[in-house]
Design a protein around this ligand. Sequence first.
Ligand code: VJV
Ligand code: CA
Ligand code: ZN
Length: 393
Amino acid sequence: SPSCPDGPKRRVCYYYDRGIAGVDYGEDHVMVPRRVDMAHALIRSYGLLGDMSRLRTRPATYDDISAFHDRGYADLLGSLTPEAFAGGGEAELTARSFNIGEPSKKEDPRSVDNPPIAGLWDYCCRYAGGSLAAARALAAGRHDIAINWSGGMHHACRDKASGFCYVNDIVLAIRELLAAFARVVYVDIDVHHGDGVETAFVDSGRVMTVSFHQGTTDFFPKGRGKLQDVGVGEGLYRAVNVPLHAGMDDEGYYGLFQPIMEKVMEVFQPEAIVMQCGGDSLSGDPLGSQNLSIAGHARCVRFMRSFNVPLLLLGGGGYTINHVAACWCYETAVALGKEIDDDIPQHCYDSYYQSQGYKLHYPVKKGLKNDNTNHHVTQTKNTVLRNLAELAA
Ligand code: VJV
Ligand code: CA
Ligand code: ZN
């Protein structure tokens, strides 16, 4: 069979729904769905689309979404319009009770995390539909790697919105995978803790969740993802949390990621992997304070790919849109086992990359203070590995 330098060639399928590009969280909101269209345009300009299958995605249905989400919450998502919300009354109160438009009246209305956006239901069905279709392609054994950069909305809860996330496409996709695979590993390199996914499977013996995140005081989601949070019941030691201080660099990050994920794969023996590739762990992100390069971020993807286990790659956060688009394009190439040129080809969005000299790999912050001491990193690694050893025993 055909091969690439690192093992057999992988059959990759890629999901992109154009209906997502125009979604608007609000004028100054940090979440910009257009970044996925930018990633897509970049992927096309590098000629990578021809190397992947692209299947039509049907948007997720009410039944798909309510398989995990509370029906009352799904009903609200399906009926809420910006007009109804602005009109006050019942619609506004109900929305706020589900954390849309936020519960507090004191907050500046222009800076809510989860605004009542136009086309909300359609947006949720499209990004969730992509992750579900991707999971089904892996479950059917038709592909080795499936990609949906518009997914990865890891904060959404069963009955409320949280952290820019309304529907938890990751939970839906993992549930789909569990129909075909005995055990699934979820790994989350977004700078925020993957709380919605961890909570959904915290007592499951079939899903192991692993999140690397910024764990500094008050960082969102506050109080979640502590080193000591290890799962409960059947899920004991099947939740893994790796909190980091600000300024983590490529070397320090991979020094934790590689041994921890190696051990996770060894003790849990998953039949599928879901990886949330949030780009807010990259250097220079306005929300996160880590110092990863695109190469350092992608090295984690390459490592998970090397296990030759069905792999679902999802997006997530990432608030410097040119950096995120470059990152997800590079990681698409990694999935394909291809090396792509650092020079960004001419295409419709190329002016966005002027600040990085039209190069894919922009430089990390030189001399940024790394608050993760060697001692702290070693302690964290040893604690996690000790917990994982409990599963091997
Ligand atoms: O920290 C919070 C919660 C508050 C209340 C709401 N205000 C707006 C901010 C403070 C306590 N929320 C975080 C949510 C982060 C979600 C990350 C999502 C992901 O990357 O993990 C996956 C997609 C937060 N941090 C920064 C902001 N919100 C933020 C929101 C804005 C904003 C600036 C910063 C919303 C609107 C506008 N500016 C105009
Ligand atoms: Ca994370
Ligand atoms: Zn994030």
